[in-house]
Design a protein around this ligand. Structure first.
Ligand SMILES: N[C@@H](CCC(=O)N[C@@H](CS)C(=O)NCC(=O)O)C(=O)O
Length: 316
């Protein structure tokens, strides 16, 4: 784990903790859009873009789910980095990355911009034509997948409908701060106070969610929206990783009746189960974060069953 400084990779643990021990996430740098407007540098084209992901990463996982839901499998190619992220950061494995045979993701960032400084993160949406990063912010990549390629795929399913946007944003904002990023704030805290705060905020939000999902089937409106998928990728990892490794242990997710039924339902949406790999995910977290788990032992734990029958249709 490290970052790019002055064109060079520096192996260093998170430098992004404030002096009070609070984990702070760096903003993503590549923020281009794909659109068919005349002045657009990046236009929707089949075979032009490539997505680099880790199956462990909840942010990258969103983009993989949207690639499935929006039937982009033949339009956008994808490759998966090695599970472990050690001193050189994300690793492309023995054969290198499929486009340029590079060894590490930081080399791809340098290829996109030799002056890039900072963390090297996944997901990465890459343009094969201009050989650069289009976007490395999952929130923007899923919105782009939601609509930019509709004319090519004919799939017009909309997970960010105009009439629900305001409420989606309100829900997203609490979920991002206290759940998606909240588990990291608990796990990467370096003071007891910072951990306690993240823990209490996280479980307050899970209690709020449990209550909300006892009355409605999805987070916003009557349909699945991006808010559900943004939450799902954190929830599906909860018992396997965040409960133990990140010390988010007031209770397990499976002990929340409504939330766990909701997770099972989303897991069973067509195309989603094949984007989930909890064994790989456990190896990534437990074996890569040496400051939290220096022995790198990956706990065994019971196999989880997300396909258990649920009766949500009948509840509402
Ligand atoms: N804001 C980014 C965050 C992406 C992110 O932090 N990814 C993690 C993996 S879960 C990563 O690549 N971390 C490597 C590092 O920070 O060095 C997004 O949502 O796309």
């Amino acid at each position: 784990m490290g970052l790019l400084v002055n064109g060079k990779w520096v192996d260093q643990w998170y430098d992004t903790n404030k002096s009070d021990g609070t984990f702070v996430r760096q903003d993503s740098r590549f923020r281009n859009q794909i659109s068919s407007k005349d002045d657009s540098k990046f236009i929707p084209e089949a075979g032009r873009y490539h997505l680099y992901v880790s199956l462990a990463c909840p942010w990258a996982h969103r983009t993989l789910i949207f690639r499935q839901l929006k039937q982009l499998e033949d339009i956008i190619s994808v490759s998966v980095v090695e599970a472990k992220m050690m001193e050189n950061g994300w690793d492309f494995g023995e054969n290198g990355d499929p486009l340029y045979q590079l060894d590490y993701a930081y080399e791809l960032y340098l290829k996109a911009d030799p002056s890039y400084e900072g963390r090297v993160t996944v997901p990465i949406l890459w343009d094969k034509k201009t050989q650069t990063i289009v976007n490395n912010e999952s929130i923007e990549i899923i919105r782009l997948f939601n609509s930019a390629f509709n004319e090519l795929t004919g799939n017009t399913d909309d997970y960010f409908p105009v009439e629900l946007r305001e409420e989606i944003e309100i829900v997203n904002s609490r979920i991002y701060d206290t759940i998606n990023n909240g588990v990291y704030k608990a796990g990467f805290a370096t003071t007891q106070e910072a951990y306690n705060l993240a823990y209490y905020e996280l479980f307050d939000s899970l209690d709020w969610l449990e209550e909300r999902l006892s009355k409605q089937r999805y987070l916003v409106g009557e349909q699945i929206t991006e808010a559900d998928w943004r939450l799902f990728t954190t929830l599906i990892r909860f018992d396997a990783v965040y409960h133990g490794h990140f010390k988010c242990n007031r209770q397990k997710l499976s002990e929340f009746h409504h939330i766990s039924n909701y997770v099972n339902e989303l897991y069973q949406v067509k195309g989603v189960a094949e984007t989930v790999d909890l064994e790989y995910t456990k190896v990534h977290y437990y074996a890569s974060h040496l400051t939290i788990n220096p022995t790198q032992i990956v706990p065994l734990g019971a196999k989880q069953n997300f396909t258990a029958p649920h009766n949500r249709e009948r509840i509402y």
